[in-house]
Write a protein of this length. Sequence first.
Length: 404
Amino acid sequence: MVKSGLWLSRRQVRWLIVLLALLPLIPSGLLIQMMIQNAIRDRAFVAAEMGNTYRSQLARIADRYSTGQEKVNARNLTEHLDRVFGSEVELIVKSPEEAAAMKVNPLAIYPVVHRIDGGAFRDWMIFIKEVPGLPDQRDEQRKLTVGHVIGILAGVLLVAGGVWFTVHRRLRVDELRSDLLTTISHEIKTPVAASRVLIETLEDGMVDRETSLDYLRLIGKENERMTELADQFLTYSRLEQGQVSIARKSFSLSRLLREQVSLLEPRFAAEGGSLTMDCENDLRVETDPQAVKLVLENLIENALKYGGEPPGCHVQVNDAGGRIEIAVTDSGQGVERSERKAIFRKFYQGDAELSRGKSGVGLGLAICRQFARLLRGSISVEEAAEGGGAKFVFSIPCAGKRGV
């Protein structure tokens, strides 16, 4: 684990700062809990007061009505109570026999219960199923409490999110810088060391002419490797700074694909692999051919590196209705679902086991993504339908025509 200059690692520093930013959640949580408890207590108090008010009114009205009646008429009693309390209060009237037959204590299920003491309806029971809504002050208090809770939580989360983003971004930049320097040092040191050994051997003059030519070819390959590394850095830097312009013109996509396949197929064959293509002969598009060529070259070379042993790659072109999809499928181990977005980030190397012994600094797919965006297209990776492996799909608008 890379250290940050302290006795803590960068990851530990990141989490420590985030935890410090989240500390206000403790008093905020206590405050929120207190506000909610106060609101519940106040609501319960108001509800009890409202229940008592309805209970006293019901007792006074029902007893007075019962006293003034000479005979029992449940319907008249119900209508009288409905006129007094209105439709918002749902009343239930039961005779003494019906009340005695109830299996549940009415006090446990009804907030307001009254037994008539005298008159024609003596011992009759009247229930109010639910106390009508409390005054507006209760709703206002609830809204105020909820507003306070949301405001406090939003403030704390905003601060924590800002701290997390700042710290994470800063430490991420440091990690990328450290990884970049390590990768560049490794990528440059290897060809430089190999070239130095070959040059020293040639200077000794102890090899024949044929071996000398082989050594010179090897030195040339190592030089090409360093040149390719420098070109990748320059290309990505120009892409990030917006210094790359797109020149759109109509060209044969089929011919461009055949040229790329013919150039790279010998490299697959040298490792015992294969590179095949399936494309319509008359497919033409209108876009930047150099950008498309660079994306295809990177995708096919990626298949050469990670397409298994021996490497296998198949290029398939499909007309997807207004868009052209170029699928580059290899026969390697594929890409984990959790890494399918990360592999398009700059300097991302992926699985260390798969990357071991492979050259590169993790810019090839990042360059492909940048060019795809410039071409108003897209690039993604998915699992191959058959035989495993990874399937990279490069999609561009079909602004041209077919069969020219």
